[in-house]
Design a binder for this molecule. Structure first.
Ligand code: ZN
Length: 443
């Protein structure tokens, strides 16, 4: 009996009101093992382009990679399709689950497709063409839209940087109720495992980030650098409800995998998350809703950048920019509307050059030493004591403190997208071949 390498990708099973693609993955792990499959990698959880207008919450797709006996392939496929159908929110109009099976190795063609789905909008027709070329077995359960993500999950083999997430799930009778994970134990876990775990907690708002809100089956999810640190983190948590099951995913969380370098403002495209260097052209202004907006550009053109209200204290950094500063901006791109030009939604900013900010002081009266008063805009100065007058050119230029450093600034953890690389991951990027799972990685 020959063994077959089988890749199983699926996406778009969930809706805002229920379900969760990773939960289906967790159920399938057990079903496939029962059918004799050997996992050749941790289950993969792939976050796709967050800059797509029609995404459901997290825009995450799952791929399971297993080795199974030739004779059991049909049984495996039937089990997967049945599980996805049973656990998808098919009643929800915009949930269009798709499942893709691929036998053998993942080709370069397919990995390139996955990279494009991460950083751009790819049509269902393009996905169909790629699926045909690589001889993928495609199953559309309702509409076709899930195909793009399902196929991309198969193609994203996480050969570049990656992280892990341990996800614990709730029993169905507890879903929709308060999650019973003791707060102090989460803080202790955070202290004990940082910087090898990330985004557990937002210190400024004192907000726990590992437990989602809402009715979905996830009890908590902890992100980190290795499976081992996640098992340690799990062991520190005090959980006062029964855990139905848990699984460790290998992911692209916290890797900035969606961002593509663009050279000039004129090359910035809507829905293509971007990294670009340019000069600040306008004084940042606060607009309705508390968002901070400014424009950057070069001789090729200009684009707007926005730090939205949820980025909190990050906006204070952005507000201190002045024209002439050189910055590298990172973020999703919103298309132009009737009111606004193309706008980069800042996920982080690196300050490369700070221009000198010059302020002016009124001169001292040369006769009596008293500080003079301005005689009006663009006019000279007058001494309030002895009425001596002085020309505008007598003003005293002073270099003002910028209160900014030439470095990278990232919004607080609560405002991060799944893919945003946090401070703690800089210098920890991985670039190794995926290995088959080594530790106990699900239960
Ligand atoms: Zn005077």
């Amino acid at each position: 009996m020959a063994d077959v390498q089988l890749h199983i990708g699926f996406d778009d099973t969930d809706s805002p009101r229920m379900g969760c693609t990773t939960y289906i993955g967790a159920i399938l792990v057990e079903r496939l093992e029962a059918l004799g499959c050997k996992f050749t990698d941790y289950p993969n959880l792939i976050r796709l382009n967050p800059n797509v207008p029609w995404k459901t919450r997290g825009n995450g797709a799952v791929c399971l990679r297993v080795s199974c006996e030739d004779s059991s392939v049909d049984k495996v496929k039937d089990s997967v399709l049945e599980t996805v159908k049973m656990n998808s929110d098919l009643e929800y109009a915009r949930t269009d689950p798709a499942v893709v099976f691929l036998e053998g190795d993942v080709s370069e063609d397919l990995t390139q497709f996955a990279k494009r789905v991460l950083g751009d909008i790819v049509t269902v027709n393009e996905a169909k063409a790629v699926a045909n070329r690589v001889h993928a077995d495609v199953h559309l359960i309702k509409g076709e839209r899930g195909l793009v993500g399902a196929l991309a999950a198969v193609g994203e083999i996480l050969h570049d940087d990656f992280t892990y997430e341990i996800i614990a799930y709730r029993f169905s009778e507890n879903r929709g109720t308060q999650r019973k994970v003791r707060r102090e134990s989460i803080l202790e876990m955070d202290r004990e495992t940082t910087p090898f775990t990330f985004n557990n907690y937002d210190p400024k708002k004192r907000r726990i980030l590992i437990t989602p809100r809402g009715p979905d089956p996830i009890l908590y999810g902890i992100r980190g650098e290795t499976p081992e640190i996640l098992l340690r983190a799990k062991s520190i948590l005090v959980v006062e409800e029964d855990i139905e099951r848990w699984v460790i995913y290998r992911c692209n969380h916290g890797t900035d995998a969606h961002l593509r370098r663009v050279d000039r403002p004129v090359d910035v495209r809507p829905h293509q998350p971007t990294i670009m260097t340019a000069t600040v052209l306008s004084i940042p202004k606060v607009i309705l809703g508390g968002h901070v907006v400014f424009s950057i550009g070069d001789e090729s053109g200009t684009v707007d950048c926005a730090a939205y209200e949820p980025t909190g204290e990050f906006r204070e950094v952005v507000r201190r920019l002045i024209p002439g500063d050189v910055v590298r901006v990172f973020g999703g791109v919103r298309e132009a509307s009737s009111k606004n030009p193309v706008t980069i939604n800042l996920e982080k900013i690196e300050i490369l050059q700070l221009t000198q900010k010059v302020g002016y002081l009124n001169p001292l009266c040369t006769a009596c030493g008293k500080r003079t008063k301005s005689s009006g805009r663009s006019q000279g100065f007058r001494c309030p004591r002895c009425s001596a007058t002085f020309p505008l050119s007598s003003r005293i230029a002073t270099v003002q403190s910028r209160d900014l450093e030439k470095r990278l600034y990232i919004p607080p953890p609560r405002a991060h997208r799944h893919l945003t690389k946090p401070y703690s991951r800089y210098g920890r990027e991985k670039n190794v071949d995926p290995k088959s799972p080594v530790v106990v990685w699900h239960s």
